[in-house]
Design a protein around this ligand. Sequence first.
Ligand code: HEM
Length: 245
Amino acid sequence: MVQQLWETVKESITAYTGLSPATFFTALAVGLALYYVVSNLFSSSDDGQSHHGGGFEEQMQPLPPPVQVGEITEEELKQYDGSDSKKPLLMAIKGQIYDVSQSRMFYGPGGPYALFAGKDASRALAKMSFEDKDLNGDLTGLGVFELEALQDWEYKFMSKYVKVGTVKTTVHVNDGAAESQAREATETEAAKPAEVVNGNVSKPTEPAEAADRDVAKPAEDGPSETAAKEKTEETTTADDAEKKE
Ligand code: HEM
């Protein structure tokens, strides 16, 4: 039976390939050996590539721990919009900057919320808007419900992401007269001497006065600040100066 089968195989080999069974099997063995050598070569060069260029495995590697950026301007925040894959993905709500790198699928290039990355998205989130004019931290004219919605977003971000800094905001202050002036008013720098930020000259402002007028001041309310700080404390030791405030 086996002998018969072997004879049939031999006959078929000769009939189909024109080679003697011995030649056929030699050629097959050489072919397999070649395939083995070549595929090994390729798999080792693939390994080499995955160390250098963003392969799937590389993307799956754990993210580097969030880095504190301190107080930066909106302009500086833009560099963290995901266009440079070596930089973290940052996004701000109410002047508080969060590292959202872990949600690259949302905020990274091509993601549904990529337009929020590198920006203070407070107004857009409050209004549930994707419009260009709302992609900023300006809260003027927002209604109660919008501010509440924004508050919910802030809580979500505080619980999910690490706070890594604050946005140096330029606040438009109405000085009684019709004319409004751009002033520097942040948590830490309200009483600082005149300074030029983003082309706007800011004047020294008394802290109390600044606090009263500060519309878009970074989360001045107690609970959110505290929670954000707790989150930061858990994951990093930097930003100590701010915590002492
Ligand atoms: C048809 C309307 C929308 C649908 C179906 C939708 C759906 C979703 C879904 C499924 C998620 C993922 C939730 C999760 O896994 O945690 C998400 C996240 C999110 N959505 Fe929407 N969304 C819509 C509209 C909006 C609008 C209008 C905004 C704001 C302008 C918005 C802002 C966000 C943000 C910021 C996140 C990410 C939150 C995070 O970082 O965890 N969405 N959305």
